[in-house]
Design a protein around this ligand. Structure first.
Ligand SMILES: Cc1cc2nc3c(=O)[nH]c(=O)nc-3n(C[C@H](O)[C@H](O)[C@H](O)COP(=O)(O)OP(=O)(O)OC[C@H]3O[C@@H](n4cnc5c(N)ncnc54)[C@H](O)[C@@H]3O)c2cc1C
Length: 380
């Protein structure tokens, strides 16, 4: 391949040394760059995204503005303890508030539609446990959410939706949804407006901490930065393989337009392993990682018959029984999980920092992680 020759202008404007380079142009990377630029108005801040569009989770998700359904809260409290649960719920709730403040509800198409957790007859025992825990979580989370009327039994509303084989429905009145495409476009626009340079199609292939800076090997050649933030989420093992950042692929489908579809809300099914909502007049449905955890523990994009068939079965037998709508879109995205509920926001090597692992809830947590990462780098 012919050597690429960069002009004086390209060097001066786009390639010469930056104060801060953020690797990864998802929600966390873009918000970290914006908050860094706000904290340090004179700094040269750049985001390097390897793909033409962000290619992890931020443009692939379901757009639930959520902080935990009852069954998730019970499970997470059991696994990590009450203090850790409260901390992560606070991070999700405050992260959402910060995102809404940063971009505005109109730009996000944010709607406070309420979230609904559905239980089939085989999950009767779990449904009962969740019903019993509603009051407990209403009080536990009230200081964070600002109301004790968070969870309520909405089983009486089931006929409105026409599901088959669902006999209990619990509502989270504080949950909402947004348009993930608009979110990312608005973040990109804001980043450029505030002085951040965002370069797409520029993978970072190597990092070297040096005495006073970090050298990055990139698709545009070597670059220098005073500080580097890795916001590479599930893809971080390429740089720091020992970190507890495990990839988890999520598969999604969207139906053809369905006349008179009226499914206002965000819906969680089977302990949150499946989720669906209306987008325009179509239905978006995703999940099924639990069918084969090890096959889905990958950063490779892809669809599998196992998961796609189960999604279609759920669609045609439970959500829209007997309707069999055509599927117009299918895709996958990759989340990052770890044993702790907390994201990793910490120094990783001299001059190199990380803001990683939203445990599948980065729409909610991502902006707070970006803000914390910017503050951390500014304090060094
Ligand atoms: C199917 C699905 C559904 C989801 N639904 C929801 C939901 O409803 N609500 C919710 O709160 N969360 C949801 N999530 C999770 C949420 O989308 C993520 O937690 C969030 O987007 C993570 O943001 P991020 O910026 O950390 O990572 P990412 O968006 O993954 O961004 C990381 C970026 O780094 C780039 N990158 C990687 N390596 C390099 C490199 N070497 N050089 C340059 N760039 C690189 C990648 O291309 C990628 O764009 C969902 C995720 C998926 C996959």
């Amino acid at each position: 391949m012919a050597q690429r020759l960069f002009s004086y202008w390209e060097h001066q404007t786009f390639l010469d040394a930056y104060d801060v380079v953020v690797v990864g142009g998802g929600i966390v990377g873009l918000t970290a760059a914006i908050f860094t630029q706000r904290l340090r108005p004179m700094a040269r801040v750049c985001v390097l995204e390897r793909d033409l569009l962000p290619n992890g989770a931020s443009t692939k998700n379901a757009g639930f503005a959520c902080f935990g359904s009852i069954s998730e809260l019970i499970e997470q409290e059991k696994r990590n303890g009450t203090a850790a649960l409260l901390q992560v719920v606070r991070a999700r709730w405050q992260g959402l508030a910060l995102l809404r403040e940063l971009l505005g509800d109109e730009a996000l198409h944010y709607e406070g539609v309420g979230g609904f957790e559905l239980f089939c007859p085989e999950d009767a025992a779990l449904a009962h446990t969740c019903q019993e825990h509603m009051e407990y979580y209403n009080h536990l989370l009230a200081p964070i959410i600002g109301t004790a009327d968070i969870f309520r039994d909405a089983t009486a509303r089931l006929p409105e939706f026409g599901f088959a084989g669902v006999d209990v429905m619990l509502e989270n009145t504080a949950e909402g949804c947004l348009d993930s495409g608009r979110l990312m476009r608005s973040l990109l626009r804001l980043a450029w407006q505030e002085g951040v340079t965002v370069l797409h199609g520029c993978p970072v292939t190597g990092l070297e901490s040096r005495a006073s800076d970090v050298r990055l090997q990139t698709g545009l050649g070597n670059m220098l930065a005073g500080q580097v933030l890795l916001a590479t989420n599930a893809f971080t093992a390429q740089f720091f393989p020992a970190l507890d950042v495990q990839p988890g692929r999520g598969q999604v489908l969207v139906t053809e337009p369905i006349p008179e579809l009226a499914m206002r809300g965000t819906f969680h099914y089977d302990k949150g392993y499946y989720y669906f909502r209306q987008v325009g007049n179509r239905l978006l449905l995703g999940g099924g990682r639990n069918l084969d955890f090890s096959a889905e523990a990958t950063t490779e994009p892809g669809l599998t018959p196992l998961v796609q068939n189960r999604l279609e079965q759920l669609l045609n037998e439970v959500i829209l029984p007997g309707q069999h709508p055509r599927i117009d879109y299918r895709w996958s995205g990759v989340m990052a999980f770890g044993a702790d509920l907390e994201p990793i926001i910490q120094p990783l090597a001299p001059g190199i920092y990380g803001a990683l692992r939203c445990n599948g809830m980065g729409v909610a947590m991502g902006t707070g992680s970006g803000q914390r990462a910017a503050a951390m780098m500014n304090s060094q």
